[in-house]
Design a protein around this ligand. Sequence first.
Ligand code: SF4
Length: 362
Amino acid sequence: MKNTRKTFLDVPVDDFLEFTRDQDVPVFHAKQVYDWYFKKGADDFAAMTNIPLAFREKLASRYSLHPLHLSRKDVSALDGTIRYHFHGHDGKDISAVYLPDGDRLSLCLSTQVGCAYRCGFCASGLVPFQRQLSAAEMLDQILLIQKDQARPVTNLLFMGMGEPLANYTQVLQSIRWITSAQGLGMSPSRVTLSTSGLVPQIRKLADDGVRVKLAISLHAVRDEVRLKIMPVSGRFGVRELIKSAKYYFQKTKSPVTFEYILLKGVNDHLADAIRLAYLVKGFINHVNLIPYNPVGSMPYERPSPESVARFQSWLRQRGVPVFVRKPKGLDIESACGQLGPEAMSNTPQVPSKRKWRMGAAA
Ligand code: SF4
């Protein structure tokens, strides 16, 4: 579905207020528009019944309220994880993953269509970079999913398709809306931003006073190994990356965690654990171990559960708080590293996926 109108959220607030004044409409009605979008889940401008009809019509002729259109959802038969598919204004497919776990309702957002970083273990890296998502498109993933679920999400993860820090301005703008009282009013401590390690942007994030949790996708502790699985390491080495993470931690006092995908025979040796423990010393937060989730033709294997437990205990023995992330949404290609085009994951050990179209079984 193509939509050529601009989304009202992509208009800077001051410009939107000025537009409102130009229509001879009191500015408090502009503020009500934000309330209808963020707090009342309006589907369109027509639903905003406390706003003068003529202004609603003017808004509808000029702007769209929702830049995304929910096209389908895939529900995991294993654990209830849901992969939402949206169409952008240009018809591009954009995915977000909803991860319910008791009272914790997490949402993993995409920030780009495709990804230019091409990490060797990640399905998103197999989708050529096509464009950045706007802040409004990131926010709309949240708003449309909250509406579909009829309850607010509790935790947001910028960990879907794309490198968030390569879309710095729009990601920052979306975080401002997420954490502001006028927007979603979430605490920054409930927002996690993941990066493959763009050192200048990590430092800038600290300087800009953003206080979200930072998740560094480390995945290897030596440059030569990291370069093989994450081409971005050619620009920023491990040492430089750790320094920038320390800078972020010291400047913002916000938690920094380290993500480490365990690839059998590649980065799961004792020497890797020893160096990892050394690198993360001084950070009070933890390491997340992610046993590799299979992706199509990629040449990696998941280590055995015993190897994963051994790696975890090597870190624990060295005083590192460490967790093993349970895969979620494995049967719908939505576990960590699997968010690529459909039917890419090679997961023969799990039941076939159950597909839903707009909430109805297909
Ligand atoms: S891990 Fe992140 S940066 Fe790397 S290819 Fe996947 S989405 Fe891109």
